[in-house]
Design a protein around this ligand. Structure first.
Ligand SMILES: *Cc1c(COP(=O)(O)O)cnc(C)c1O
Length: 367
């Protein structure tokens, strides 16, 4: 018998996730100097990690011989203080991606359906298929997310609805009212998994706390990978009703996140200065890139996260050409968007270089 025959069915249906290529790999493959390469491919923070987070992480590294506190008391306490929620309303994960998987462990099985938008973050589909459940994808309305379509796709077999706002890679953002109405419309057998990876970049973010207090079935997911700049440490969290968190906690391994990551996360939550700077620079960068795209006559989705989706004609060809010029971006063909590129907002100088190279590339190969 082959290993494929022996394996669980859900594993074999996993689509391949193509992460943004690391700088060193691109340098090796193209014979470029890594120092001259700019990565605008994975929505990482161009201003580095939170300085307070780094200091706390360095200190924690000196106690690396000890297992971390498996209950992650300090981080849940800090989150509780910051939000007014109870400590038992939080679960800590190795990135919010792990929380999505833990939710899958807790709620998914063959015969169950998960509703999401087409071109949604691929991890929703990966986790759904891993547990043998069925992804139900509803179309986008242009490049917008019509939340009524999500509700319309719900059946008695639906257990989870996945939504991100801002959505990645599309960049669509729903209003707080739209999200509130969605949560209030869900039938009692359905849980909304609300991915808030880019929420800190928004001016008027939705607030799930009153909905949770009302007993609505929703879990919010946050990450330290984006605005706090700690992507490599792998730390994120979910928050919800204590009863929901208790169920998901059963799927979590006791030491799923490192002590270094948790110490950095606790400190980063107090790094208001860094967060304010990143928000401000990101806003300026969104405007800079948007104006640049308009000058080039390119259609783009007016995103509010730290990335923009721009229509370049042949996304893979333009990605290749940019990469040869030392700029790593993300073609989104695997998301069914072959004409588009996703570009992370960089520093002013990085955005400037991106726009100049993009102009160059498009001139060389029109449309
Ligand atoms: C970046 C991102 C995340 C965060 O992933 P981590 O595992 O926390 O690094 C989650 N959801 C979306 C849509 C993202 O773009």
């Amino acid at each position: 018998m082959t290993y494929a025959e022996l394996a669980n069915k859900g594993i074999l249906t996993q689509p391949v996730y193509e992460p943004g290529k690391p700088i060193d790999q691109v340098a090796r493959e193209l014979g470029l100097d890594p120092a001259g390469i700019v990565k605008l491919a994975s929505n990482e923070n161009p201003f580095g990690p939170s300085p307070l987070g780094v200091a706390a992480g360095e200190k924690a590294l000196r106690e690396a011989q000890l297992y971390p506190d498996g209950g992650y008391f300090t981080l849940r306490k800090k989150l509780s203080e910051k939000t007014g929620l109870e400590m038992n309303q939080f679960i800590i994960g190795a990135g919010s991606n792990e929380i999505i998987e833990l939710i899958g462990h807790a709620f998914l099985a063959p015969g169950i359906e998960c509703v999401m938008h087409k071109s949604a973050f691929i991890v929703y589909k990966l986790v759904t298929l891993m547990f043998g459940a069925t992804p139900v994808e509803v179309p986008l309305d242009g490049m917008r997310q019509d939340l009524r379509q999500l509700v319309a796709a719900i059946t008695p077999r639906t257990r989870l609805v996945f939504l991100a706002s801002p959505a990645n890679p599309v960049g669509a953002t729903n209003t707080a009212v739209e999200i509130e109405v969605l949560v209030q419309t869900l039938p009692p057998h359905v849980i909304l998994v609300m991915d808030e990876a880019y929420l800190e970049f928004l001016d008027n973010p939705p607030d799930l706390r009153p909905l949770i207090a009302e007993g609505r079935k929703v879990i919010g997911l946050r990450t330290f990978s984006k605005i706090y700049g700690l992507a490599s440490l792998r730390v994120g969290y979910g928050y919800a009703a204590a009863e929901l968190i208790a169920v998901v906690q059963r799927a979590r391994q006791p030491f799923n996140v490192s002590g270094v990551a948790v110490a950095a996360a606790v400190a980063a939550l107090d790094d208001g200065e860094f967060v304010a700077k990143v928000r401000k620079e990101n806003k300026a960068g969104l405007a800079q890139l948007g104006e640049g795209f308009m000058t080039l006559g390119l259609e783009f989705v007016p995103g509010r996260g730290n990335f923009l989706l721009v229509k370049v004609g042949d996304g893979v060809a333009v990605f290749d050409a940019l990469q040869r010029r030392g700029l790593i971006t993300r073609p989104v063909k695997p998301y069914g968007l072959p004409a588009w590129l996703r570009i992370t907002v960089g520093t002013w100088a990085q955005n400037d270089r991106l726009l100049a190279s993009l102009a160059d590339v498009l001139q060389a190969r029109p449309g």
